[in-house]
Write a protein that binds this ligand. Structure first.
Ligand code: NDP
Length: 261
């Protein structure tokens, strides 16, 4: 086992949740559980849904200044009366373990980064661990959000895939997906990717988490697409746990980079 600190200090992660979103509560509980399992000190700040932007900013400022806090995570989405961008900008980039701050997204763009956003990093980890070659492959990312689609496309590009990013205004999306060797679905619509859209042997990675009457579903019609795909991730159980693992990794990275205890 790696010794992180000679004096026994542990990495510290502060998780801020503004109550109100039931999915967010589940994600935060899972993150806290993972911290306990790997030996990261986690602190939860559960704020009422009417918390003011100023109060949230003050809390972030306090956590930015604390030596024992290496990572600050604000669970998104936030209520409408709070400006998400302003909140993300307030987090010290060195403690931005979600890698949403423009300093970190900029570093990702130039390929010289300390942290990667957890979900795209988790997808790349799955690809690497499965021995899948990325270089020279045609990859399609469906979705262009700042937290999943865009950084995902960038990571695939860094590894020399030829990347197409699809979104709600994309023409002939089906054809574009059909040409892809690697498909990453981050749409937020259950069963969006169907078997007829997928090339034989393609790698299909399902980021989507959709709560349906039948339970949790991804963006991919798993049963049908798994008949065609060469490799596929399930929901639940695929990208979700990897996202949490990458958060743990980023928190340890921050602890090491800050190197102050
Ligand atoms: P967003 O809603 O921010 O983005 C969705 C994207 O999908 C947008 O770019 C949108 O296009 C695109 N889209 C929507 N409808 C269509 C359509 N009919 N055709 C083509 N593109 C479409 O979602 P996120 O990126 O935050 O999340 C995506 C999914 O991943 C969600 O299900 C979310 O729950 C899940 N998720 C899972 C995580 C995990 O750990 N597994 C972590 C984060 C998210 P446009 O930009 O044009 O509107």
């Amino acid at each position: 086992m790696e010794v992180l600190s000679q004096n026994g200090a542990k990495p510290g992660l502060a998780v801020i949740i503004v109550e109100g979103d039931s999915a967010s509560r589940i994600y935060v509980n899972n993150k806290k559980k993972a911290c306990a399992e790997v030996g990261i000190n986690s602190e939860e700040y559960a704020l009422p849904s009417d918390v003011s932007e100023d109060e949230l900013l003050k809390l972030i400022d306090t956590l930015n200044k604390r030596d024992d806090i290496d990572g600050i995570l604000v669970q998104l989405p936030l209520p409408r009366h709070i400006d998400e961008e302003k909140i993300i900008m307030a987090i010290d980039p060195k403690k931005d373990v979600d890698a949403f701050h423009p300093v970190n997204t900029g570093k990702i763009m130039i390929g010289n980064f300390d942290f990667l956003p957890c979900t795209p990093a988790g997808v790349m980890e799955l690809i690497h661990e499965s021995g899948i070659q990325v270089q020279g492959k045609d990859a399609v990312v469906i979705g262009r959000s700042n937290i999943v689609g865009k950084p995902m496309a960038m990571l695939l590009l860094h590894e020399s895939a030829t990347v197409t990013v699809c979104h709600s205004k994309t023409q002939d999306l089906k054809q574009k997906v059909k040409n892809a060797d690697i498909v990453v679905a981050a749409v937020g619509r259950a069963n969006f990717v169907t078997a007829d859209m997928v090339k034989d042997g393609a790698v299909v990675i399902d980021v989507g988490i959709n709560r349906t009457e039948e339970g949790l579903r991804g963006d991919v019609d798993f049963d049908a697409v798994s008949e065609v795909a060469g490799a596929i991730t399930p929901v639940p159980g695929g990208v979700g746990p990897m996202t949490i693992a990458m958060l743990m990794r980023n928190t340890v990275t921050s602890f090491k980079l800050r190197d102050i205890r």
